[in-house]
Design a protein around this ligand. Structure first.
Ligand SMILES: [Zn+2]
Length: 70
């Protein structure tokens, strides 16, 4: 996949940034815990095609912690 696409692709649900998971060939939205498939190098940006991340998968990825504990 052309990584430059990542600059313009956002999650169709929350308009947030996506993380390219090269091994899985998926684009992951951490906010929604969804993984959008990449087929033949083309990201499939439809929520009904996306896969729910498991809790374990979500834990192992870097998370954007938007709540600051201070
Ligand atoms: Zn999202």
């Amino acid at each position: 996949m052309d990584l430059r696409l990542l600059d313009i692709l956002v999650c169709p649900l929350c308009k947030g940034p996506l993380v390219y998971e090269k091994a899985a060939q998926e684009l992951v939205c951490k906010a929604d815990k969804l993984a959008y498939p990449i087929r033949d190098g083309i990201p499939i940006m439809w929520a009904d095609q996306a896969r729910d991340l498991t809790l374990a998968e979500n834990d192992t990825k870097d998370t954007f912690n938007q709540t600051e504990e201070k």
